[in-house]
Every structure is written in structure tokens, then in C-alpha cells.
Design a protein. Structure first.
Length: 436
């Protein structure tokens, strides 16, 4: 309080000094507590967050949903609005639920609830381990970056004549983008390149990437061996390592890199930051957007260093596969234009083979098509870049399981079946690549 009466001045001065000292002490204690807290990550919680599925009935509703996404007003779009009749999934925090319901009703948007409580999905995503298994790496759980990298190193140690670890780049927080090259020997082979973990929260992507790498190295099937060994392979399970770690330690729903944006928001969407037709369409200049394209083409160290690594290999890459989730679609370029490329039919034909192979084991249904036709225009993707710069014959994105029941938070017991069916699809593409 600022007012002090005359009669109480002396004692009050002492009082104030005392209070000031006490306040300083309190401030000091608070700072110590803050520092102590900031050194250990506090995980974001998603108690009672719901995911709504909204189905736009017409173009106006699609546009409205896209405007709501771009406004960044607290609704988190797990999938963007694309076309009329195609669902978009929106995560809503509990305090915004009445606002969301009101908005859906006012604009007459068809909606239902896909996920009742996001935190419950997070809590049930991973197996309960009774004890810390010392058994090492596997596909019954999602693993931290260091575990994945240790496993890559162990593969190189176990198969020194076939596997070499390679550093494909680095991250803003100085982590390596580590991968492996697999080669059964010989020269002049075409390259198949498989990346994963570009978007941090899409955990099934690194898991399927390593599952398939393990199959490439260990499969005893003579047909698979002959097919696989006719190519050289590169696997990079986590090309956004900072984001992936952040999604493990701090925020399960993190998507972007961890580089600086503005004072309010962190990170860039690496899949809008590649330097081919950068920022022409379907990317945001707002650092708070999930599709922020960065301050310039290749402004992010992850995309710059990784593309520098790929460039000398570019003309030898026959098949480039980038693993994302979710929605079960197989996509090919371009993303920046609705014009079909001259080899559209070829990319579609190979994509159809992948789709058929994907369904054979468990009946898992995928859609296949050009990025713009199936989703929406988006510029600055790595797929447009490899196609645009190297004219790679077979560039694909697989948006892996599922179709929204769990979304990004796919239970770990789906890693192996996802890995199996995706490897079937990869083999179908590999067989097709032999004809290119
Ligand atoms: Zn993604």
C-alpha cells in the first residue's frame, strides 16, 4: 500500500524496510524455484481436450474452416480442411468447448466427437513396462532419439560391410540428423531414400522407418533380398530431431522445428521451408501457424543441411519416400500447382501398386493421388523439391495410420502391423523402381 499516516511514520519506515527485505527474500526464493523448475521439463497436459471431426458441406465451409485454422485462436487443427465432404479434425481445449459448439451450430457445420479426452489417449499410448527392459531397441514402444541413434550405431557395428552411419545434417539445438546407408556392394546402383520424423508428433513415422530398415537388413526371404540388394538405401528416421525430442519430453502435440519464430511462437514447419517454389501457396507467413514457412527458403538449419546432404545423391535417387501421419494416403507431387506433371500417370501407377500392397496383409485402405488433388495446395515441401530439382521418378509421402480414431497418438501396439504393411508397400514401389 502507498498511503502512510503521520502517526505511524517511524514504525512504518522500519516496517517498509522489513517488508522490502522480506519481499526480496521471497523474490529470491521464487527465482530459485523457477530456475529449478525450468531445468526439468514440465509436460503439457491435455486433460479433457476433445478432437472434433467436422465435415464441410460446401466450398464456403471449407474456406471458413481454413480461415479459422489460420486465425490461431486456440483451436488446433490435426488435419486441415481440404475439400467438401472430406473431414477435418480439430482439437479443442476444455475452456473453448462451448465456443466450438456454438461456432459449429451458427455455421451449420456437421460435426462429431472423435476423441473424448486427448490426455487419456496419451496416457494409454505406450505399454506399461513393469521393469526397465535392458533388452534394447524394438517395435513394441516409441523410443527417444538417443535410443534410435544408438540402434543405428549398433547396426553399423553388427553389419560393418553393409551398413554405414551417415550424418545428414544438424538441428537448431545442435543435434545430429543421423541415418544409415545400406549397400550390399557393387557400384552404379540407384538409390532409394526413406526419411521420417519431419513432423515431431507423428511418432509412427520414425517407428515405421526403423522397422523397415530392420527388414531391409535382416530379411531372409530370397526374393526380398534380391530386390533390396539391387539398390543402395538411405534411411533417416528423425529429420526433425529437436521437435521429436520436444514432443517426447514436453509437448506430445508439437509439430514444427524448435528454431526461433517470433517472441510469441517457436518453430517452423520444415515441410513448407524447402527452397523450391517456396511460399507460393498453402504456407503461412505467421510464425504462430503450424504451417509457418520460415523467414526464407531453407532458412532452417535442418532443411538447409539435410538438402545439402541429399544434393550430390539427387540424380541417382529413383525412389524417395517421406513418412508422415495420419490419414492413410499415398501422395505424390506437385503440391504447389494443380497442373499434373508429364509423368503423372507413371507416379499414379506406382502409387496404385503401393496402395494394393498396403491392403493385402490387414486390409488397410489408403487413398492415392497428387498432393493437390487429394489434399490441398502446399508449397515448400521436400517432395516438390526432390521432384522439381532432380526430377526423381518416384517421390512419395505416405500418411500412415490411422484415419482419426487415435490420430497422431497411435497406440504402440500398432507399430508392428503398420511396419509390416508399409514395408509391403515399399517393396511394391521398389519392384516398380526396377523398371525406371
Ligand atoms: Zn507430417
Amino acid at each position: 500500500m502507498w498511503f502512510i499516516s503521520d502517526s505511524s511514520r517511524d514504525s512504518s519506515v522500519a516496517d517498509i524496510t522489513c517488508r522490502t527485505m522480506a519481499a526480496r527474500h521471497l523474490l529470491f526464493v521464487a527465482l530459485v524455484v523457477l530456475v529449478a523448475h525450468s531445468s526439468e521439463a514440465v509436460k503439457a497436459r491435455y486433460d479433457n481436450y476433445k478432437v472434433y471431426r467436422v465435415i464441410p458441406a460446401n466450398k464456403e465451409q471449407v474456406k471458413l474452416l481454413q480461415e479459422i485454422e489460420e486465425s490461431n485462436n486456440g483451436f488446433s487443427f490435426w488435419t486441415s480442411a481440404t475439400q467438401k465432404g472430406k473431414p477435418t479434425d480439430i482439437m479443442v481445449p476444455p475452456h473453448k468447448l462451448p465456443e466450438a459448439e456454438n461456432m459449429f451450430n451458427v455455421f451449420n457445420l456437421e460435426h462429431s466427437i472423435m476423441v473424448e479426452n486427448v490426455q487419456r489417449l496419451i496416457d494409454e499410448e505406450r505399454p506399461i513396462k513393469k521393469f526397465r527392459s535392458g533388452a534394447g531397441f524394438g517395435w513394441d514402444d516409441y523410443y527417444r532419439l538417443d535410443d534410435i541413434y544408438d540402434w543405428l550405431d549398433s547396426l553399423a557395428a553388427q553389419y560393418p560391410d553393409k551398413i554405414t552411419t551417415v550424418i545428414g545434417g544438424q538441428s537448431y539445438e545442435n543435434r545430429q540428423i543421423k541415418g544409415v546407408k545400406y549397400s550390399a556392394g557393387g557400384t552404379g546402383k540407384k538409390i532409394i531414400f526413406v526419411d521420417g520424423g519431419m513432423h515431431a508428433r507423428e511418432w509412427i513415422s520414425p517407428a515405421v522407418n526403423t522397422y523397415m530398415l530392420n527388414q531391409i537388413v535382416t530379411s531372409q526371404d530370397p526374393d526380398v533380398r534380391a530386390l533390396v540388394d539391387s539398390f543402395d538405401w538411405y534411411f533417416f528416421p528423425v529429420i526433425n530431431p529437436d521437435g521429436y525430442e520436444y514432443s517426447q519430453t514436453t509437448d506430445r502435440n508439437w509439430r514444427k522445428t524448435r528454431g526461433p519464430g517470433n517472441i510469441f511462437c517457436t518453430g517452423t514447419d520444415p515441410n513448407r521451408n524447402y527452397g523450391y517454389q517456396w511460399s507460393t501457396i498453402g504456407a503461412s507467413d505467421n510464425p504462430c501457424s503450424e504451417t509457418y514457412h520460415g523467414s526464407g527458403p531453407f532458412s532452417e538449419v535442418e532443411t538447409k543441411s539435410f538438402s545439402d546432404f541429399i544434393t550430390p545423391l539427387g540424380n541417382d535417387i529413383v525412389l524417395y519416400l517421406s513418412l508422415h501421419s495420419y490419414s492413410q494416403v499415398i501422395l505424390f507431387p506437385m503440391g504447389y500447382t494443380d497442373q499434373h506433371l508429364p509423368d503423372y500417370d507413371n507416379m499414379l501407377a506406382a502409387g496404385q501398386k503401393a496402395k494394393e500392397a498396403m491392403a493385402t496383409r490387414y486390409g488397410t485402405a489408403y487413398d492415392v493421388g497428387n498432393i493437390v488433388d487429394v489434399l490441398y495446395p502446399a508449397s515448400g515441401s521436400n517432395l516438390d523439391w526432390v521432384k522439381g530439382v532432380f526430377n526423381t521418378p518416384l517421390p512419395y509421402v505416405f500418411e500412415l495410420r490411422d484415419t482419426g480414431r487415435y490420430g497422431f497418438i497411435l497406440p504402440a501396439d500398432q507399430i508392428i502391423p503398420s511396419g509390416e504393411e508399409t514395408f509391403d508397400a515399399l517393396l511394391a514401389l521398389t519392384k516398380y523402381a526396377q523398371t525406371q
